[in-house]
Design a protein around this ligand. Structure first.
Ligand SMILES: [Zn+2]
Length: 255
């Protein structure tokens, strides 16, 4: 873990930003773990407090996306919901990037470092399911559903991006936060097209997460497979070697 932090520190070059990144990573598991408040800087505490105080808002968004499951590349309601959330919190939206109507980039701030956070929101076919029910119970038999937790993925990532921006604004921390609304993860094309068109270029660090059966942090497997052959020279250095944008993507599935 220490080596991970050293590598991230070299790239980001700011202890304050690094701290915020760590808080963001922690936020991704807030729903299942208490927040560790000891040792947080004032900026980190601002971010955590914002998340704690906004629960009703992001709960509603996650539920909305769950109740409106949309398949890859037609996630119109889900994408619009997240765009609205980010816009209401001061982010500038670029819609329809990389030729996909539901792909977008939401940006706050300016200059370096540029912190990227990915959020997915597409559903899977035939997994319609009542929320809160551990037995199979479709709302509409045969309809799509969020079997992969992407209703949480997009919502939590957008929440983390906003919380970081709130903290940076309040504490005068320079830099840019970019939320990448990445559609069509389940069909493995969304981030591939975004990467092909250079949407991720200029990002200093990219943070992503995914619902799973354990909590952990890694910097070696950032959604590489299905997603992108990212991004910056620094990222390539971190992974040892990453494919270039013009090379064929890996086909290993991590979704
Ligand atoms: Zn997934």
């Amino acid at each position: 873990m220490d080596n991970v932090m050293e590598e991230i520190m070299k790239i980001v070059g700011s202890k304050e930003i690094l701290g915020l990144c760590l808080v963001l990573i922690s936020m991704f598991v807030l729903s299942v773990q208490p927040v560790f408040s000891a040792g947080l800087t004032p900026a980190m505490k601002t971010a955590v407090d914002w998340v704690d105080g906004s629960r009703a808002v992001y709960d509603e968004i996650a539920r909305y996306i769950w109740e409106n499951p949309e398949l890859s590349l037609v996630e119109f309601k889900s994408s619009a919901k997240l765009q609205d959330y980010l816009t209401r919190n001061g982010f500038r939206i670029e819609k329809g990037v990389a030729g996909m109507s539901t792909a977008f980039v939401a940006t706050w701030g300016s200059g370096k470092p540029v912190i990227g956070i990915m959020g997915e929101f597409d559903a899977l076919p035939s997994l319609s399911q009542e929320s809160g029910n551990t037995s199979q119970k479709p709302i509409i038999p045969g309809a799509p559903g969020h079997g992969c937790g992407h209703n949480l993925f997009g919502t939590s990532s957008a929440t983390a991006a906003i919380a970081a921006a709130k903290a940076m604004e309040k504490h005068g921390i320079k830099g840019t936060v970019k939320f990448f609304g990445t559609p069509a993860e389940e069909t493995l094309v969304g981030k591939i097209f975004m990467n092909r068109d250079g949407v991720f270029d200029g990002t200093d660090i990219m943070i992503a997460w995914h619902p799973g059966e354990f909590n952990g942090v890694s910097y070696l497997t950032i959604w590489p497979s299905t997603t992108s052959n990212f991004v910056s020279t620094e990222s390539r250095r971190m992974r040892g070697r990453l494919p270039r944008r013009d090379e064929a993507p890996s086909t290993r599935c991590s979704s």
